[in-house]
Ligand binder design. Structure first.
Ligand code: MLT
Length: 312
């Protein structure tokens, strides 16, 4: 026994593969970001990282499950502005506290939100789109990835601001939702930029506006909501890496370092930027910045979503 204990001690963390939980179906923005950062993180850690998609509950099912894993660094997760910002406002019995149940590792990417519709939607611009939603209301189907997800929380906010009452259609992630948008089974959604850029470039969907003050270099022809006449709808999402609380200090430091190295990796940077992702730099990186972001996002989204629910 002594020999094996010594060996393990010498090997240190990680001595076996790591599971990265993605709380949405494969093919969506969170899964895309996870699969971009995982290989260079695995290289930095010297062990494989396997992606585990656990969809459901707007992302809260997978996050809850991952939060209950042993804090040994072998189960980590990707959370985002929905699971770690909007969810507390929309779940009475959320089984975790975004600001207390986790050891934050760091932000992986900022993901501006884009209003996208099926390519033959009968409106030439955002003004016409909103008019159509207001006149034909519930006949239009709005996709989202479950209560509290980015597409749901920003979609609710959009509907409240646009005074629209579409019919919600729920998916296990905006990856599957995008398939239905392309085939015209669903009419529109508010989705994260990394999930829409390839389809906009392929011309299989259309975008009415991006909900950030500036246009995205990845989508130069898509107007901002401010330009398009809906200045109040300005929201941006983000995806970040978390671990169950109480990691050993050396394990936490190795994970923080591995994410930092991934975000400096040229391939990661090129892929994230091409998809319109925003890469955290300097002080925006690491656990303290992520902890502050989670606390400010929960504080920001709770009143906004409670008001949107009341206005329904
Ligand atoms: C996804 O990866 O499917 C999205 O993050 C879901 C969402 O939050 O809209």
């Amino acid at each position: 026994v002594a020999a094996s204990v010594t060996a393990t001690a010498e090997e240190g963390y990680p001595s076996r593969p790591i599971s990265l939980v993605v709380p949405f179906a494969a093919g969506g923005p969170t899964d895309t970001i996870a699969r971009i950062i995982a290989p260079p993180m695995a290289k930095a850690l010297g062990r494989p990282i396997t992606i585990a998609n656990i969809p459901g509950g707007g992302g809260t099912t997978g996050i809850t499950e991952a939060s209950r894993a042993k804090p040994d660094g072998y189960t980590i997760m990707v959370g985002h502005m929905g699971t770690h910002g909007a969810a507390p406002a929309l779940f009475r019995t959320l089984k975790y506290d975004p600001a207390r149940t986790f050891d934050p590792i760091g932000v992986a990417a900022g993901t501006p939100v884009v209003i996208v519709a099926r390519k033959d939607f009968p409106a030439a611009d955002l003004h016409g789109f909103i008019e159509a939603l207001q006149t034909k209301g519930s006949t239009y189907n709005q996709a989202h990835a479950g209560v509290g997800s980015v597409s749901h929380s920003t979609g609710m906010l959009f509907d409240a601001i646009a005074n629209a009452r579409p019919t919600f259609v729920v998916y296990r992630g905006t990856g599957p939702a995008m398939n239905d948008l392309i085939s015209g089974q669903v009419d529109f959604l508010t989705d994260q930029i990394v999930n829409v850029v390839p389809h906009l470039q392929a011309g299989t969907i259309r975008a009415y506006a991006i909900a950030t003050p500036e246009r995205s270099p990845a989508l130069p022809s898509v107007p901002t909501t401010r330009e398009a006449g809906l200045p109040n709808f300005e929201v941006s999402a983000w995806n970040a890496v978390f671990a169950p609380k109480n990691l050993p200090k050396d394990v936490h430091a190795k994970l923080v370092d591995a994410l930092d190295k991934a975000l400096d990796d040229p391939t990661v940077r090129e892929r994230l930027l091409k998809l319109g992702g925003r890469i955290p730099e300097g002080g925006e990186r690491g656990p303290a910045a992520l902890q502050k972001l989670v606390e400010s996002e929960v504080a920001r989204w709770t009143p906004a979503l409670r008001a949107a629910v009341d206005s329904e």
